[in-house]
Each structure stands twice: as structure tokens, then as C-alpha cells.
Ligand binder design. Structure first.
Ligand SMILES: [Zn+2]
Length: 271
């Protein structure tokens, strides 16, 4: 090997070494490098579409409902500017341009979780927040807002709504909203009563129902859609009473998102 070739080879080895070290440092620092390769939001969105197709071909009331739920998530996914991994929980943040026009969403979800059903259900939960936002006057309330905010929306220099919580609190205090929230709470309470006490998966569902019950104005549609994904993986067909009522709640909430109809009455148990 000639001298300049040897120097070139040495340089290449040094660059390769530094690249590997750099990748490892990034990987250790974020704890995600290997998971990003394995999972990733693109793959997860493709999996949601695959689930949607599987659910469509199963053609039961529950699977059709899941397919429609997933179609909404896939649809709103087109408005997501970027996904960010987060170890627990998650959220959807609306981003606006300088004129106050909605530019899209930033979605944080448990992208690195190796448990597929938890990861995908979490993604659907956060995308449902975005979908609700798009459908209901650009707020994260899970129903058509009968009360309107009085204050002007304030957009920060980074494109986020800075007074969203204050605006929502104002709407929440309206008595008409209380009726809607009470009705949604009763639906969740009834669903909880259908969780069989001897079901080995009951904690998974009770945890979500309780979470939704704490703040039904924001977490009703989200936990219902999340549980619909759980059910695809956790054999809810063996719990027909629970599953058919969950499906009825999912259909009712989706119908309200589509039509903008207000919450009118408790959802009856399917015959
Ligand atoms: Zn949520």
C-alpha cells in the first residue's frame, strides 16, 4: 500500500471509529437509538393501517368500529408535523402560524415501548386528542362546546396557544358543560360495571376507565379509542358485554365528532 493510500485508509478508520462512538453516545444519551430503528412513528402509522385493514376484514360490529376509529387516527396523522418519543404518558400540541392559522400538530407518544399493543394504543390515544381538537372548535374538549371562550386566543412566538388552559376553564365552568361531563362520566361508570371481576386483563381496562373518569372533558374519547386498540390484542371477544358497550361508546363519540352533535343522553346498552 502506498503512503497516501495508507493515510487515506487511516483517516477512514478514524472517521468510522468516531461515527460509531458518536452513535453510541447519542444512543446512550437518549436511550432510543435501537428502538428508533425497530419502531419509529412511520412504522407505527403503517401498523395502524394494517390493523385497520385486519379489522375491516373481520367484519363484526366491534371490528368495524375499530376500523373507523383507526381511520380517524390515520387521517389526522397527515396533519402531524413531527413525533417525539416520551417514556410515559404523551400529548398532542397544536401549532399555529403567525396569523393564528392552525399549522399542524406535534405528537409525543411512547414510541420506544417494545410492547406493541401499548405503544400503538398510546399513539391512537394521542392522535385522538389531535382529532378532537380539529373537530371541536380547535379545543381539546371531547364534545361540542356549548359555551364559547370570551378571551382572545394568544399565540406565542413559537406558534403555541398560550392561554388555552384559561380559555377552557372558562368554558368548563358553564353549567351546560357540566351536564355533558356528567353524562360522559355515567357512560364510563357503566362500562366499568361490565368489567368482569375474574378477567385477568381487568386492571388494564380499569386503569384507563379511571383515568378517563378523572377528566372526562378531555380524556373520554381518548381512553375509549385506546381501549378499542387494547381489545384488538387482548381478546375482548371473550368479554362480549364489556366489548359491545365499549363499541357503543366508541360509535357514539365518533358520531359526535363527525356531526358536532352535543352530548344528549347516556349511551344505552346494546341489546
Ligand atoms: Zn390524554
Amino acid at each position: 500500500m502506498r503512503k497516501h493510500q495508507r493515510n487515506l485508509f487511516q483517516s477512514f478508520k478514524i472517521v468510522l471509529f468516531l461515527t460509531v462512538i458518536n452513535a453510541l453516545i447519542i444512543g446512550i444519551g437518549t436511550g432510543t437509538i435501537f428502538n428508533v430503528v425497530m419502531a419509529g412513528s412511520d412504522e407505527d402509522m403503517a401498523k395502524l393501517d394494517q390493523l385497520r385493514r385486519e379489522a375491516s376484514t373481520m367484519n363484526t360490529n366491534e371490528s368495524r368500529s375499530l376500523a373507523a376509529t383507526l381511520a380517524e387516527s390515520i387521517n389526522i396523522g397527515k396533519s402531524v408535523i413531527r413525533y417525539e418519543p416520551i417514556p410515559t404518558s404523551g400529548n398532542c400540541i397544536a401549532k399555529y402560524d403567525g396569523d393564528g392559522q392552525l399549522g399542524g400538530y406535534v405528537v409525543r407518544y411512547q414510541e420506544s415501548s417494545k410492547v406493541e399493543y401499548e405503544r400503538l394504543a398510546n399513539l391512537v390515544h394521542e392522535l385522538t386528542h389531535c382529532y378532537v381538537h380539529k373537530k371541536y372548535d380547535r379545543f381539546f374538549y371531547n364534545y361540542s362546546n356549548v359555551a364559547k371562550p370570551l378571551d382572545k386566543a394568544l399565540i406565542t412566538e413559537f406558534g403555541f396557544l398560550s392561554n388555552e388552559e384559561a380559555l377552557q376553564l372558562k368554558m368548563f365552568k358553564d353549567p351546560k358543560n357540566k351536564i355533558a361531563v356528567d353524562t360522559l362520566s355515567k357512560n364510563l361508570k357503566k362500562l366499568k360495571s361490565f368489567v368482569p371481576s375474574n378477567w385477568d386483563k381487568k386492571t388494564v381496562f380499569i386503569t384507563k376507565i379511571d383515568y378517563g373518569s378523572q377528566s372526562p372533558h378531555k380524556e373520554y374519547d381518548t381512553v375509549i379509542n385506546q381501549m378499542m386498540v387494547f381489545c384488538h390484542y387482548l381478546e375482548c371477544t371473550k368479554q362480549p358485554k364489556f366489548y359491545s358497550y365499549l363499541r357503543a361508546l366508541a360509535d357514539d363519540a365518533r358520531d359526535r365528532r363527525m356531526t358536532g352533535k352535543p352530548v344528549s343522553a347516556e349511551v344505552p346498552v346494546p341489546k
